[in-house]
Structures are given as C-alpha cells and as structure tokens.
Design a binder for this molecule. Structure first.
Ligand code: HEC
Ligand code: HEC
Length: 162
C-alpha cells in the first residue's frame, strides 16, 4: 500500500472512531456497537457486581445521568458510591451513551425503552417466558444473550432458556 493511501485510511478510521465515541449515529440501530472499545475499571467493578455491567450504548446519556444521580435509591437497593466514582462512571457512560432513539425519552430501565419493547414484543417472545425461573426479569439479558456482558446481542447467539 502506498503511504498516502495508508494515511488516508488511517485518517478515515480515526474519523469514524471519534464519531462513534461521540455517538453520532442518530437513528441508526442495526450494527451500532453498544459496547465501546474503551472500558472503565470502576464501572466494571461497581456496576458489574449485582448484575452484569450494562453497556453504555444501551441507554441514552440523559438516562445514565438519572441512574447515576439516584444510586442511593437504585431499584429498591442502595448502590451509593463516593462522589468521585459517581463522576468518573457518569462521564464514561454518557460519553459512550446510545443515540439510537429519536424519541425524547430517558427511561431508567433499558427494558422500558421503545426499541427494547419492539425487539422483545409478544410476537417475538411468548410473555410466559419472562416469568420462567431461568429468566425472572427482562433486565436479565444474560439469560438469553450469553454474550450480553460483552455487548453481543447478535440474533445468532440468542438461546431462550428452559
Ligand atoms: C447493590 C446492587 C446493585 C449495584 C451495585 C448496582 N445495581 Fe443496577 N440494579 C440493581 C437491581 C436490584 C436492579 C433491578 C433488576 C431487575 O429489575 O431485575 C438494577 C437495575 C439496573 C438497571 C435497569 C435494568 C433494566 O433495564 O431493567 C440499570 C440501567 C442499572 N441497574 C445500572 C447500574 C449502574 C450504572 C450501576 C453502577 C453505578 C449499578 N446498576 C449498580 C442492583 C444494583
Ligand atoms: C427471554 C429472553 C431475552 C431476554 C431476557 C433479553 N432478550 Fe434481547 N432478544 C431476545 C430475542 C428472542 C431477540 C430477537 C428478537 C427478534 O427476532 O427480532 C432479542 C433481540 C435483542 C436485540 C436486537 C438484536 C438484533 O440483532 O436485532 C437487542 C439489542 C437485545 N435483544 C438486547 C437485550 C438487552 C439489553 C437485554 C437486557 C436488558 C435483553 N435483550 C434481554 C431475547 C431476550
């Protein structure tokens, strides 16, 4: 490859990476990565203990801000953290937040978002499945998407548990 071609390619790659980091894919759904390449150790440690660490790209920035501002009353539990950790994790989550909704909503739950309901409608998944002991909650992504903690929601890897 000629040097100039190589340089152009590098610049294009860098441009698409930074566009990605800023979530500049409004309205785009399919193929949009929900897990950024960059991880954050605090987020993994503090948000991955009670449930999997939900990927930043699963909620819009406004939702993450709400979640992070209400950790003392976090879904009937207390998940409070020191202010410095709250800031670091909020920065991480909002930097890589989803932009996939054109609707101006910011639900606290991924499972309350319009796209989630569309993808998991009763025509796709029998409502009785959600009540299974192996599933229990729509928030239990890992029950059906074994790669969910790595941001893998590929349809080929979905297995509905018995
Ligand atoms: C002390 C345990 C605990 C910790 C720590 C914790 N969570 Fe949770 N979280 C919960 C519980 C319980 C639920 C509700 C699960 C359910 O309804 O099945 C929940 C639900 C959620 C949901 C909603 C999922 C959905 O779509 O229904 C999000 C988003 C979330 N947590 C983000 C976070 C983030 C971000 C952190 C780290 C700052 C965190 N959690 C740390 C216990 C915890
Ligand atoms: C009871 C099993 C089950 C649970 C739990 C579940 N899903 Fe799904 N999910 C599915 C099925 C089945 C599909 C495929 C629907 C279809 O055919 O369009 C799907 C599709 C998806 C898709 C679209 C994949 C694509 O390529 O179009 C995403 C993204 C997704 N789920 C994310 C989540 C997240 C995030 C959670 C947890 C908050 C979750 N799911 C919980 C069963 C589940």
């Amino acid at each position: 490859m000629k040097f100039t071609h190589c340089l152009t390619l590098t610049l294009l790659t860098l441009a698409s990476l930074s566009a990605n980091a800023q979530g500049k894919y409004k309205g785009e759904d399919r193929g949009r990565p929900v897990m950024p390449v960059t991880s954050n150790a605090k987020w993994v440690a503090e948000c991955g203990g009670c449930h999997m660490a939900f990927a930043p790209g699963l909620l819009p920035a406004a939702s993450w801000t709400k979640v992070m501002n209400g950790l003392d009353k976090h879904f009937d539990t207390d998940a409070s953290l020191p202010a410095q950790d709250v800031k670091e994790i909020t920065d991480y989550l909002t930097k890589y937040a989803s932009n996939r909704w054109s609707a101006n909503t910011s639900p606290l739950r991924i499972s309350e978002s319009v796209w989630f309901k569309t993808k998991h409608s009763s025509s796709e998944i029998n409502p009785a499945i959600w009540k299974r002991e192996s599933v229990k909650s729509p928030a239990n992504c890992m029950a059906c998407h074994s790669g969910a903690d790595k941001g893998d929601f590929n349809e080929r890897n979905i297995r509905i548990p018995k």
